[in-house]
Ligand binder design. Structure first.
Ligand SMILES: [Zn+2]
Length: 240
């Protein structure tokens, strides 16, 4: 009897938003990316303590020379000091988030939708109680310096997207915007970030994102999402 074996298939999150070209790994709600350059690779964000070992296993495969922090929230910079030392890598952070590293209260967060108010309240408490291990950026991004990554050997430009934090910075490379928490896929579909230090400024950055000619938004949480689906979510929010 000819028994046709069914191929085992494990669906990975939401197939319709998957992107095969972006080097990324999703760890327990946090998504870390690697950008390849001519002088080595760059880790984009480092996640919270609970992903350190899994991230190390994955990141060891690359030649990490730089650690780019999209912003200085603990779920993005907690492991920065560890990987800086492990790889002898240079940390890159926007000047406007320098104070936020050791003083979460310097940029208190507001909920961007009513349904996030309770989560926002608890986050503002935990953010103050559990600061990331201390680290010092080797390269501080100054306002307007969009070419910085080109000088370091990456085919990429910086895009300033303040609002979620004052120093929130994205990377535009090829058909992808690595956008940190300027946009999110936290629930595995395109969504407005639940929190912002300044909602009016965040809305301006969201409009900027919607105006970019890219195919993918590689978010700091969830999976890369399509710009076409994301634009609708952005417009519904910013047109209110
Ligand atoms: Zn954040």
């Amino acid at each position: 009897m000819n028994i046709q074996k069914k191929q085992r298939y494990t669906p990975v999150t939401n197939e319709k938003y998957r992107c095969g070209d972006i080097t990324y790994h999703s760890f327990r709600g946090t998504t870390i990316y690697v950008l390849h350059g001519t002088n080595g690779d760059m880790l984009i964000d480092t996640g919270l303590f609970h992903i350190k070992h899994a991230l190390r296993k994955w990141a060891d495969k690359f030649d990490i020379k730089y650690i780019f922090l999209t912003h200085a929230h603990a779920d993005h910079d907690w492991n920065a000091a560890y990987f800086q030392k492990r790889y002898g890598a240079k940390i890159i952070l926007n000047a406007n988030d320098l104070r936020l590293r050791h003083n979460f209260a310097s940029q208190p967060l507001q909920a961007t939708r009513r349904k996030y108010r309770w989560k926002n309240f608890t986050l503002n408490i935990s953010g103050r109680l559990f600061p990331s291990p201390s680290y010092k950026p080797d390269i501080v991004i100054k306002s307007g310096d969009t070419n910085l990554l080109r000088r370091l050997g990456f085919d990429a430009d910086l895009v300033f997207l303040p609002g979620h934090t004052a120093g929130m910075t994205g990377i535009l490379s090829g058909d992808t915007l690595y956008c940190g928490d300027a946009f999110t896929a936290l629930f595995y579909e395109p969504e407005i970030p639940p929190y912002a230090a300044d909602i009016t400024t965040m809305k301006k950055s969201l409009r900027k994102i919607a105006g970019l000619n890219v195919k993918w938004l590689a978010c700091g949480h969830g999976i890369p999402v399509k710009m076409s689906s994301s634009k609708r979510v952005i417009r519904r929010y910013t047109d209110k």
